[in-house]
Design a protein. Structure first.
Length: 356
């Protein structure tokens, strides 16, 4: 039977929330009233066919690429789906990092790909290690899928590792799909999209996680022009025409990106400082220290994870994401950048729930 669901998404939509919600992955919402836009700048219908030209240009400018390499999509979610559906036939061999964002694996299974994993090991601090790809790549590999920053750990991949993986992909005629939805959370020396590393790279991203603009669903794919055209053609079967008011608002957002990103930066950084203090004094949990990103994956030592998660939720009104969704039992993921006081209280409650 074909895979047609995501267990993680069902959980996130129905059980993710709590009074102290640390089950988040992006920063807090950026409010519409803070966007420099007036109603007369908006319109219901517009001239959007294979992209809305001003939005194509704005995304191209942000990413340092020509607009004809940009395929607009409803969030990174649809961008991933469209990219994979264009690149793959049923039965194609795909390598995907483990652990990773569950939706990526679910989409590959839905598309009928033959999924193989390469490890990002906890011992290495979840580093992207080309040697792990070398272990599993074959002449039949069509696609290599990874996230940067890595979800769940927020670890940044080195350009050297990405280039080496690109070289391996090229040698067997495969592509590398890099989901960069968290990459702009690298606030200093933000790396360029890995699309710039070579034509085998296909990149997906959006204005959701790092900018608090999820509701605009402003996402995109970067791919070489012939591939981008094939994606636009396939998109006719999926989404056809996007919501034009969202396109107009997205153009305004892209003109004001630095201001929008800075709004939540202080919260992300203050939350991370608290997390590092917490990890330094807590023996019951461990996690790689990261400099950037909005999520962290914590390893629970010598405790029963199910009991802990239930206690945390029922007695301490705090939600975190169970590590099972990343194939990491005995772990849980927490999110930063929404509300500093909520994060402080949530961490304190995690500390209390650990005391049993
Ligand atoms: C790695 C990754 N890609 C994509 C998404 C979804 O992004 P969007 O809201 O832009 O569709 C998420 C959401 O958690 C994610 O973690």
């Amino acid at each position: 039977m074909r895979h047609r669901h995501s267990d993680y998404m069902l959980w996130a939509k129905t059980q993710g929330r709590a009074r102290f919600n640390l089950a988040t992955s992006g920063v807090g919402s950026f409010p519409l009233h803070a966007l420099p836009v007036t109603i007369d700048q908006l319109e219901i219908n517009g001239d959007s066919t294979y992209g809305y030209a001003p939005l194509q240009h704005a995304i191209g400018k942000k990413c340092g690429v020509d607009p004809d390499t940009v395929v607009a999509a409803a969030g990174t979610s649809m961008a991933n789906h469209l990219a994979m559906a264009t690149l793959l036939d049923p039965g194609d061999e795909v390598l995907i990092e483990q652990p990773t964002y569950e939706l990526l694996t679910s989409m590959l299974l839905y598309l009928g790909a033959a999924v193989k994993h390469f490890a990002r090991t906890e011992e290495s601090g979840y580093a992207l290690d080309p040697a792990q790809v070398r272990h599993v790549i074959t002449r039949k590999t069509r696609l290599i899928v990874l996230t940067n920053l890595h979800n769940p750990s927020s670890v940044l991949a080195s350009e050297t590792a990405l280039r080496e993986i690109g070289g391996m992909a090229r040698s067997v005629g495969a592509r590398v799909l890099v989901d960069e939805v968290y990459l702009d959370a690298v606030y200093t020396n933000t790396p360029r999209p890995s699309y710039h590393l070579g034509p085998e790279f296909v990149v997906t991203s959006s204005l959701t996680k790092v900018y608090g603009l999820s509701g605009l669903r402003c996402g995109w794919i970067l791919a070489e022009p012939s591939l981008a055209r094939a994606m636009w053609r396939l998109n006719d079967l999926f989404a056809s025409i996007p919501a034009h008011p969202a396109e107009l608002l997205s153009v305004v957002a892209l003109e004001n990106l630095d201001t929008i990103r800075d709004r939540s930066r202080k919260i992300v950084e203050a939350d991370r400082a608290l997390l590092h203090e917490f990890l330094a004094r807590q023996e019951a949990v461990s996690a790689p220290r990261t400099e950037f990103g909005t999520t962290a994956i914590l390893h629970l030592e010598n405790r029963n994870i199910d009991d802990f998660l239930t206690r945390l939720r029922t007695k301490y009104e705090t939600s975190v994401v169970p590590g099972n969704f990343f194939g990491l039992p005995n772990h849980f993921r927490i999110g930063m950048g929404v509300d500093h006081e909520m994060f402080r209280e949530g961490l304190q409650r995690i500390g209390q729930a650990l005391k049993v």
